[in-house]
Design a protein around this ligand. Structure first.
Ligand code: AMP
Length: 117
């Protein structure tokens, strides 16, 4: 699937749509989800035009993908979620209900979460 440069997250990256940013660096930004599914619900995305989902990632993606996980852990700590725990989720495709086709990671926490599935 090709990348749509007008997807919602691309527009957030370009500040065409406002967002409540909680983190940014050279590679990633993170912002609060507009429809939170937990007391803390943050979306972490790579800058640029990443793959639309985790599907098809290769060994060549290991560097930035690994750093994305490290950033998620850092944000969780800054949000005070380390002690209580949290969940990281990446949806891929229709069966997972993926709505935005710009690879992203959900960070959920701040309270007791339901079962994963
Ligand atoms: P997914 O279902 O994994 O594609 O997740 C997309 C997420 O983006 C959903 O949790 C939406 O609530 C969230 N979302 C959509 N539009 C916005 C927006 N303008 N600002 C923040 N989050 C958004």
């Amino acid at each position: 699937m090709s990348y749509d440069p007008d997807n919602i997250f691309a527009r957030i990256l370009r500040d065409e749509i406002s967002s409540d940013r909680v983190y940014e660096d050279d590679e990633f930004i993170a912002f609060r989800d507009i429809a939170p599914q937990a007391p803390v619900h943050i979306v972490l995305i790579p800058r640029g035009e990443p793959p639309v989902s985790p599907t098809g990632l290769t060994d060549g993606d290991a560097g930035w993908a690994g750093r994305m996980l490290v950033v998620a852990s850092r944000i969780a700590a800054s949000e005070g979620l380390t002690a209580g725990g949290y969940r990281l989720v990446m949806n891929s495709g229709a069966n997972a209900g993926q709505a935005v086709e710009h690879l992203h990671m959900h960070l959920l926490g701040g309270g007791l979460l339901g079962p994963v599935a």
